[in-house]
Design a protein around this ligand. Structure first.
Ligand code: HEM
Length: 550
């Protein structure tokens, strides 16, 4: 391999020379440190504004991208241009390319926005791109890379994926725990109903809070057999513990892959220049502060023989055995994986439901059609159930359209290449971080790509099982594909549809009084709605359906 493409391994973070160097740096005044960091800038920037690298050995070029500065690459650009994802996507538009290479210190960050190239990376070269980067936030969130989604390719990932798929997240477990998910769907309509009848905020509901608490409740119930860490609330809403839990999970998610300098220059981490170390460590401390005592107590109960029957996913983790009949996972691994599953569950379904509702409030004819579908399939004398999902094809089209137009993040979870490879005619060096755009915007595939048009999914997803939220051709990324594809597509789909269908079935929705339209502006820093969706809800089913729920 050409030495110029050697990648600095971030896992060297805790090596003693880094610590010593970092300690030295901390003791220096900040301006001096920055001067050290930008010293290479005094060197001449090598080329023009666009770099197209060619090789002396007939090697294909790197994908086009901004010319890197010597040593530090494009770090000054990502420091200056926040949020980085908007800068990268804007740059690619300017360059007219759907694959780009951004150099961040010695790391090649390859960004892909075309489905065809995405398929080449994640299908044709799936095994090459099966690793993950090691960032500050992924290290904290995974307790030092003990879990699955955030862990590089290797034995730890293989072990965790096998244990979780065989013992914890699979179709059998999903149906085993249906009786824990349904009460949370019931609680969702109860919580909104109570706000309506109490005329809280004149019936204007914060849909984001309701959606995020539903996803938080489902995963807490499935993992720990409880909705509330504390006393909870009579009206079905979150107590302060649940608010803090869900908020902290979202804080971690927002910082997981956020282009901070020290993810590319690890010795900068102790300086915490962007303040992310403080934010992420505090959020993880809060999350683990809720989870860990429950895990420890449950282990004690099993050891002391107080527990005999598994009741939830935590029990499934504890009872999982390896081929020698020994516990498959250490306590730390169980705790790491539980946090990761919580992170994986809360954001996508709630974001899709909130966006779909916002879009549909501005297009009442779509909302009307979705409501009619549920009334036709389910009627108004019982609440929609997971068993109804196969028949709710239009509802699924609306959710698919929310995933296409408003994914929870601009890029898929990053992949890392295990070896040099040529893809899409470009040289992709070993260790490259590959970011695949999640939005489905290609005008050759999607007519009027910026429009929310659920009908577009009726045509092409209508297989024998009806419409699905999976998108195997990667025309947008919902659950991904291949070795690192989502293991929770079944659960994630069920949660998204139940949340969304219960909102629509349970209430008529309107824009708040004194407003004519929902403001669909996107947040500057991520792809969420800039302002949490608030909408006027009115119950539309017999009162007993809201009040007789668990
Ligand atoms: C609508 C809900 C969900 C969506 C849209 C979604 C989407 C995704 C995506 C895009 C990936 C990355 C695929 C890749 O790297 O190419 C992923 C990975 C993953 N998801 Fe999900 N997910 C959802 C729900 C869940 C749930 C409910 C769980 C588990 C309880 C889960 C567990 C995971 C795990 C463990 C991975 C990492 C797999 C690995 O790296 O080996 N997800 N998901």
């Amino acid at each position: 391999m050409d030495n110029s493409f050697k990648i600095y391994q971030l896992t060297s973070w805790d090596k003693s020379h880094d610590i010593a160097f970092s300690t030295l740096l901390i003791s220096l005044p900040l301006p001096f440190v920055l001067l050290l960091a930008i010293a290479p800038l005094v060197l001449v920037k090598l080329k023009g504004s666009v770099s197209v690298t060619t090789s002396t050995r007939n090697q294909p070029p790197l994908p086009p991208g901004p010319t890197p500065w010597p040593l530090i690459g494009n770090l000054p650009e990502i420091w200056r241009n926040k949020p980085t994802f908007r800068w990268i996507l804007g740059l690619m538009k300017q360059l007219g390319t759907d694959i780009a290479c951004i150099r961040l210190a010695s790391t090649h960050v390859i960004v892909v926005t075309s489905p065809e190239i995405a398929r080449e990376f994640l299908k044709k070269h799936d095994s090459v791109f099966a690793s993950r980067p090691t960032t500050m936030a992924t290290e904290y969130a995974s307790r030092g890379f003990l879990s699955m989604a955030l862990v590089p390719w290797g034995d730890q990932w293989k072990k965790m994926r096998k244990v979780v798929v065989c013992n914890v997240i699979n179709p059998a477990r999903l149906s085993w725990l249906l009786h824990k998910r349904t009460p949370e769907a019931d609680n969702l309509v109860k919580f909104i109903y109570n706000q309506c009848i109490n005329n809280q905020n004149q019936g204007v509901i914060n849909v984001r809070v309701a959606a995020r608490q539903y996803t938080g409740n489902v995963i807490r119930r499935m993992l720990f057999n409880k909705r509330y860490f504390g006393k909870g609330r009579e009206d079905g809403g979150p107590g302060k513990e649940e608010e803090e839990h869900v908020e902290s999970l979202f804080t971690v998610l927002q910082h997981l892959n956020s282009f901070i300098l020290s993810d590319y220059v690890p010795w900068l981490r102790p300086l915490d220049l962007e303040g992310h170390v403080k934010i992420v460590s505090e959020a993880i401390r809060i999350v683990n502060g809720y989870h860990d005592p429950i895990v420890d107590e449950r282990l004690r109960e099993w050891r002391q023989g107080k527990k005999k029957e598994p009741q939830d996913l935590l029990d499934a983790f504890i009872l999982a055995k390896d081929s020698n009949g020994k516990p498959a996972l250490s306590v730390e691994e169980i705790k790491a994986q539980i946090t990761e599953l919580s992170l994986a569950t809360v954001d996508n379904p709630s974001n899709a439901a909130e966006w779909a509702m916002a879009e549909m409030l501005n297009k009442p004819e779509i909302l009307q059609k979705a409501t009619e579908e549920i009334d036709g399939v389910v009627g108004k004398n019982r609440l929609v159930q997971e068993t109804d999902i196969p028949k709710l094809n239009y509802i699924k089209c609306c959710a698919r359209e929310a995933f296409r137009l408003h994914p929870v993040a601009p890029f898929n979870i990053p992949h890392v290449s295990n070896s040099d490879v040529t893809a899409a005619g470009y040289f992709i060096p070993k260790g490259s971080h590959v970011l695949i755009g999640r939005r489905g915007m290609d005008p050759n595939i999607w007519d009027e790509p910026l429009e929310f048009k659920p009908e577009r999914h009726l045509k092409d997803s209508w297989g024998s099982g009806g419409v699905e939220l999976m998108e195997n051709e990667l025309r947008f990324i919902s659950f991904g594909v291949g070795r690192r594809g989502c293991i929770g597509a079944g659960l994630g789909s069920a949660m998204t549809i139940m949340l969304f269908a219960r909102l629509i079935q349970g209430f008529t929705w309107d824009v708040p009084p004194n407003e004519t339209k929902i403001d669909l502006s996107e947040s500057r820093d991520d792809l969420s709605l800039a302002k949490p969706l608030h909408a006027l809800a009115k119950p539309r089913l017999p009162a007993a359906l809201y009040t007789s729920v668990y």
